[in-house]
Design a protein around this ligand. Structure first.
Ligand SMILES: [Zn+2]
Ligand SMILES: [Zn+2]
Length: 272
């Protein structure tokens, strides 16, 4: 049992909650998960297992250890979304404007590939830390959990230094309120809310299948309505995919994903 407890909010990611719990107990997140009996996760030094691969019994144990209601963690992991067959992101996207708010949380849906826009702040999510260009929450360092979660505690790729950037300072890619990408995100979110209803998962699976198909065939001229950044990203994006990606891949990934997913949603929603 931990001395200090923190409840998890609806929709909050398990790893985001753990960082708050670690901060509250003034210990690195790696120590916290060891205290919760998850030494294997610590050994691998990846927090991704926490949201991708925890067994039901591990979740029940963690809830008991942390004083949470039984099943409170079931919606804080990616398991409810596995049935749509979407690929995993390397970490969590984020909305800097959301992180600037008091009591900011890291929603589990920021870790889904087709959560690309914030409907409250009318912007695209960021997929990388603006300073070190790595995906937030993709791995942990010994600083992780000792500071608030809007600080990047990723180790820089070329050194042992911690990045230390404030993710709240990221300048979001703003969208007009009438932007088609916001409408597409709304359509996707509604289906995610009803993922267990008949047909919802099928439609979400189709979003990915169609988006992948469009991604392979998209020409920059097709993306003009999404703006210059997306047009510029398209050819480089495709080139880098063929080269098996570079770090800038993440920079481009969200804008191109938003564009092709929006095209996919428009095709699907007009067909139903
Ligand atoms: Zn936001
Ligand atoms: Zn960073």
């Amino acid at each position: 049992m931990l001395p200090l407890r923190t409840r998890i909010d609806p929709g909050e990611a398990l790893d985001g909650w753990l960082l708050r719990l670690a901060r509250r107990n003034q210990m690195p997140a790696q120590w916290l998960v060891a205290a919760l009996g998850l030494a294997e996760v610590v050994r691998r030094k990846t927090p991704r297992t926490l949201v991708r691969g925890m067994s039901t019994s591990q979740l029940r144990d963690m809830e008991q250890q942390a004083g949470l209601p039984r099943t409170a963690l079931d919606t804080a992991v990616l398991a409810p979304y596995h049935l749509v067959g979407w690929p995993a992101l390397p970490g969590s996207r984020f909305c800097a404007a959301c992180l600037r708010e008091p009591d900011a949380r890291w929603p589990i849906r920021w870790q889904l590939p087709y959560t690309f826009a914030c409907l409250r702040h009318h912007c695209l999510l960021a997929g990388y830390c603006p300073a070190c260009q790595q995906a937030p929450h993709s791995h942990w360092s010994m600083r992780t959990g000792t500071v608030d979660a809007h600080w990047c505690t990723l180790r820089r790729p070329t050194s042992r230094d911690i990045c230390g950037a404030d993710l709240r300072e990221h300048q979001p890619h703003q969208l007009d309120p009438g932007d088609a990408r916001l409408a597409a995100q709304q359509w996707i979110n509604t289906l995610l809310d009803t993922i267990n209803d008949a047909g919802a998962a099928d439609q979400l699976r189709d979003v990915h299948g169609l988006a992948q198909w469009l991604r392979r065939r998209v020409h920059p001229d097709d993306l003009g309505r999404f703006g210059d950044i997306t047009v510029a990203a398209a050819p480089e994006h495709q080139q880098r995919r063929r080269r098996n990606t570079g770090r800038r891949h993440q920079v481009l990934e969200t804008v191109v994903t938003a564009a092709v997913a929006t095209q996919a949603v428009e095709l699907l929603s007009s067909a139903t």
